[in-house]
Ligand binder design. Structure first.
Ligand code: THU
Length: 144
């Protein structure tokens, strides 16, 4: 599901991801992450990471952005920006990649930093071997 994304849309995504990062709740890791997803009708939905004292309950910014969008009624996603650092380019974790794949295997990723520098990458490059139901064959052990 590819769609030409404009420069203006990329700039908006980056600005929203940086703004979302301000809201991040990361008292345990101190690692604040912001994200924003572009959906149909050019709508943009932000998300940030939210941690919990029971650490494994923490959830990443990217998944929160996608779930936020989905809860608001969007289910076609074209691009997602993620930011966490002044100069480094954030890369989504494996779990988030799998969730992105569910909605768009060719999602455009905008990996950016707080200086608003960015790199574009297709999700298919970051997750070349996703978990897919179709990868399984049915086997049956015959009774003797
Ligand atoms: N985190 C994200 O929000 N996105 C990622 O892709 C990787 C990690 C968050 C989860 C946790 O709150 C903190 O960063 C440290 O792992």
């Amino acid at each position: 599901m590819l769609k030409p994304i404009t420069n203006a849309e990329i700039q908006l995504l980056i600005a929203q991801a940086i703004q979302a990062r301000e809201q991040a709740y990361a008292p345990y890791s101190g690692f604040k992450v912001g994200s924003a997803v572009l959906s149909e009708n050019a709508k943009i939905y932000p998300g940030h990471n939210i941690e919990n004292v029971s650490y494994s309950l923490s959830i990443c910014a990217e998944r929160n952005a996608l779930y936020h969008a989905h809860i608001c009624g969007a289910n076609t996603f074209y691009a997602l920006a993620v930011v966490y650092h002044e100069t480094e380019f954030a890369k989504p974790c494996g779990s988030c990649r799998q969730v992105m794949h569910e909605f768009n295997p060719e999602l455009l990723l905008v990996l950016c930093n707080l200086r608003k520098e960015y790199r574009l990458l297709s999700l298919s490059k970051l997750l070349p071997e996703p978990f897919e139901k179709s990868q399984f064959q049915t086997h049956k052990i015959e009774a003797k």
